[in-house]
Design a protein around this ligand. Structure first.
Ligand code: PLP
Length: 377
């Protein structure tokens, strides 16, 4: 099988499994407990938090461990907007993952004024519109670092400049970018940043949220006051250890691996556009994730192409894993100006550490046949 769905989930790395094993079998105390077993777990947790903080370029105390990317996004959006003394206005990009978009819509139902900044045909956020939307009463802006469906990387530094000019906190969903792009929070100019471990070889259900020290945060989960009161619930030490190991390994190999994947990606994109009649690239041709290639095949159902490819051993996705199977056309592709029929033909290939040039060549051989079969020709 050629697995090209790493944007949906990437298998845990062997080093991660080795690192978490002791925390599932011998170091099993509750890190909040005062006894030796608890202290041992706390030591592992502290080291993991420090490791995550090092990659993000922040203080360990600014890292809140969460149960994945969705929870980190919910905590950032609800927590910062609710705690803000500035006003009840929130701005998000129109192509955010549902973890941000639906959280913002929940805030709207609770009385917040929520506005969405549009994007251009490549999925790049409209900075002029953003500038018009942001004002003194804005509690939070949330713009993702890179999009899961179309791979477009946003000009975060410019988004940050707009936010800083108004003193508005900026959150970025870096779930897809983590492991592939630099995550230094100062260089990005962000006040909050979400990551999810299973996208870079950690464990599913583990994530983290960076929140800059001075930014007030209202907890979403109430309880025993863990994570300095910002996220109650007994901390998953093994998950945190796995996140730190996976993030550290991904960061150490990032530049070399990104260059390798970028070359494979461009070979795939060039080949698909040349070999599949009518194929269109979605997202930005250059400002995109190094491991991500996404297309529309007008007139050919994306789900059908997927099934044809799976039958010959190639696994990919029809867009985002979360919206797969839903009748609605992708809100991301619609926001880039595609019509609903074309949007329903989306296919996404996302590569990982095990992907080879041979895999790409095989996809380039099989995809034109799959598209032809799916079109009924
Ligand atoms: N944000 C983005 C951009 C994603 O792609 C995903 C998952 O696909 C999430 C958030 C949610 O992360 P998790 O699966 O860890 O809840």
């Amino acid at each position: 099988m050629i697995y090209l769905d790493h944007a949906a989930t990437s298998p845990p790395r062997r080093e991660v499994l080795e690192a978490v094993w002791p925390y599932l079998t011998s170091v099993t105390g509750n890190p909040s407990s005062a006894h030796e077993a608890g202290r041992a777990a706390k030591a592992g947790l502290d080291a993991a938090r420090a490791g995550i903080a090092q990659v993000l370029g922040c203080r360990p105390g600014e890292v809140v461990l969460t149960g994945g990317g969705t929870e980190a996004d919910n905590l950032a959006v609800t927590g910062i907007a609710t705690a803000s003394p500035r006003g009840r206005h929130v701005v998000v990009s129109a192509i955010e993952h549902p973890a941000v978009l639906e959280t913002a819509r929940a805030l709207a139902r609770a009385g917040f004024r929520v506005e969405e900044a549009g994007v251009d045909e490549f999925g790049v956020v409209d900075l002029e519109q953003l500038e018009r939307l942001v004002g003194d009463g804005t509690a939070l802006v949330s713009v993702m670092l890179a999009n899961n469906e179309i791979g477009t990387v946003q000009p975060l530094a410019e988004v940050s400049r707009v936010c800083r000019a108004h003193g508005v906190p900026l959150h970025t969903d870096a779930v897809q970018a983590a492991g592939h792009l630099p995550l230094d929070v100062d260089a990005l100019g962000v006040d909050a940043l979400s990551v999810s471990a299973h996208k870079f070889g950690g464990l599913r259900g583990s994530g983290a949220l960076f929140v800059r020290g001075p930014v007030p945060l209202e907890p979403v989960l109430h309880g025993g006051g863990q994570e300095q009161g910002r996220r109650s619930g007994t901390v998953d030490v093994a998950g945190a250890v796995g996140t730190a190991v996976a993030l550290g390994l991904a960061e150490a190999a990032r530049e070399e691996e990104s260059a390798r994947l970028r070359a494979l990606r461009d070979r795939l994109i060039g080949g698909v556009l040349a070999e599949v009649p009518g194929a269109r690239l979605t997202g930005h041709p250059v400002q995109r994730l190094p491991h991500h290639a996404s297309f529309c095949f007008p007139g050919v159902g994306g789900e059908t192409v997927l099934l044809e490819l799976e039958a010959v051993g190639v696994v990919c996705s029809s867009g985002s894993a979360c919206s797969a199977g839903s009748e609605d056309a992708s809100h991301v592709l619609l926001a880039t100006g595609l019509d609903a029929d074309t949007a329903r033909t989306a296919v996404r290939f996302s590569m990982g550490p095990a992907t080879t040039g041979q895999d790409v060549d095989e996809v380039l051989r099989l995809l034109p046949l799959a598209v032809r079969a799916a079109s009924g020709a």
